[in-house]
Ligand binder design. Structure first.
Ligand SMILES: Nc1ncnc2c1ncn2[C@@H]1O[C@H](COP(=O)(O)OP(=O)(O)OP(=O)(O)O)[C@@H](O)[C@H]1O
Ligand SMILES: [Mg+2]
Length: 245
């Protein structure tokens, strides 16, 4: 199982949309995929079209430590796609053991090809747990000047945390989101980013697409078979990820 963390401490940059879209694309290509929602907003399950709360989500599993993770994996409505929900509104500051998530995931590592982890917009202990449990990271970045500044700061912090935790991970790339080819500032932002982190660390950009917003209202399955710009863009991103792994 290859574990990919989707994170940025900035909110609303497309982390959850990216997590869901990439996971759906992997699943459609036949890879057995596990989604984990570490954000207590619980947006992943909305994206999967599931509105009820779950008694046991990933947060309680991390707190209890001895829980059988296999019992809390849920089936989604899509073939090959499974998920572990968040405990909505859970007090994440209760979670202190940074290694538990890694230990829990070890128990399912032979069952899935990919595990994709969505995170809350912050850098806290839960992010540290996620870093320890992951092999690769993708940082979605809203394509605008402040998005660039914040993302470069975040990537630096991220490397510092990883080195403090003495863990090895690879930056698969920064993923520009809400991109428009016709906006000059967007192209300049990506050029600037390339000059800082290197062109090879930038994934193909995701254009702004209203159909992607329908994921949260109607569920991922509703757009999975439909043609859309956003879906095409995420297909290219998955092609690129598979090339890099
Ligand atoms: N490429 C896109 N085009 C248009 N709308 C988008 C795009 N990507 C995301 N959105 C919309 O922007 C909003 C924020 O996206 P999303 O929830 O994925 O961001 P997030 O980084 O996970 O936010 P949070 O920090 O709150 O978890 C949502 O309403 C989503 O539907
Ligand atoms: Mg989110």
């Amino acid at each position: 199982m290859i574990t990919i963390l989707i994170t940025n401490r900035k909110g609303g940059v497309g982390k959850t949309t990216t997590t869901l879209s990439i996971a759906a694309e992997f699943a459609q290509r036949g890879y057995k995929t596990l989604l984990i929602d570490l954000d207590t907003q619980g947006h992943i399950q909305y994206g999967l079209g599931i509105k009820h709360d779950f008694e046991y989500g990933i947060h309680k599993a991390i707190q209890k430590e001895d829980i059988d993770i296999k019992l809390i994996v849920q089936k989604s409505k899509m073939k090959n796609l499974y998920f572990i929900p968040a405990n909505i509104n859970y007090n994440s500051s209760l979670l202190q053991n940074k290694k538990t998530l890694k230990k829990l995931l070890r128990k399912v590592k032979d069952e899935y090809d990919f595990c994709i982890i969505d995170t809350a917009p912050m850098s806290d202990t839960v992010l540290e747990m996620a870093i320890l449990a992951s092999d690769y990271v993708i940082v979605p970045m809203k394509t605008e000047y402040l998005g660039l500044v914040g993302t470069v700061q975040f990537v630096k912090i991220f490397y510092k945390i990883a080195s403090r935790l003495k863990t090895d991970f690879k930056l698969l790339g920064v993923l520009p989101t809400f991109y428009s080819k016709s906006i000059k500032e967007h192209k300049e932002t990506i050029d600037k980013l390339a000059s800082i982190i290197g062109k090879d660390k930038i994934l193909p950009p995701i254009r702004k697409d209203i159909k992607l917003t329908h994921i949260f209202k109607n569920g991922l399955k509703s757009i999975a078979k439909e043609h859309s710009r956003g879906k095409d863009d995420y297909t290219l991103v998955v092609d690129e990820i598979l090339k890099k792994l």
